[in-house]
Design a protein around this ligand. Sequence first.
Ligand code: MN
Length: 293
Amino acid sequence: MSIPVERIVARPSSLGEGLTIRRALPTRERRMVGAWCFLDHIGPVVFGAGQGMHVGAHPHTALQTFTWMIEGEVLHRDSLGTEQIICPGQVNLMTAGWGISHTEDSVQPGQRLHAAQLWIALPPDKAAMAPAFEHHPVLPVWEQDGCAFSLLMGEWEERLAPTTTYSPLVAVDLHSQTGANIDLPLRPEFEYAVLPLEGSVFVESERYQVGEFACVPVGQSGLLLALETGSRALLIGGEPYEAPLLMWWNFVGASKHDISVAQADWESRSDRFGFVAGAEGRRLHAPAPPWKA
Ligand code: MN
């Protein structure tokens, strides 16, 4: 029986300074995969001398931001007072809850950068929780059938990632230097996406390259993957997110009202989002939502 895999093309977008990203979520065809509601594939890019990624202070609500670093080093600073450099093979997980603000800056100008940055919608009963930040330098890693697995979030067979989750979901990085054929076990209650990060990946015999991804609906118990030599892919999955969810700029909320309030709170410099030390001059402006408050 063949599996109904959907092919979706990511949207290229520029973040300035020669930094092109591919936005896989949300797209017109698909808003979310489980509670994963945003997915940017950043780079790989080699910055010119003196250039890098620099994102000024901006807020988030009702979500977790998740960063998986493949190449390069980025300094995260937030309104909780966190200052954390993330290096290749590491995960940063910031839980915005009621409100947080942060900055992100390349550590060494002129460096390579390759990363995946995702958002996870918090379930309604956690949307207004206290903000938190976690850095995970060590994750479960193992080899199987010529493929290196890194468990970034959730459970995989008997393994458990150290990242805090608030709903059933999973993220796994798959990398093969030699090429690999893998029969991935899936949970029937999860929907999944497979996103090539380097090279190309066959999903159920269909070839996917960087810039596109494969969506797998709920109800499947396994998936055939083949990674070409030197290829890398990100697998994400989770139970479909059923609650109402709106996204505007860097805000997630259950209603237009939630987002309008968050936007007004940020623009009025409310204590809700705190401040990032030393970043007052690099505060991003939150555009008004396209509806009446
Ligand atoms: Mn952010």
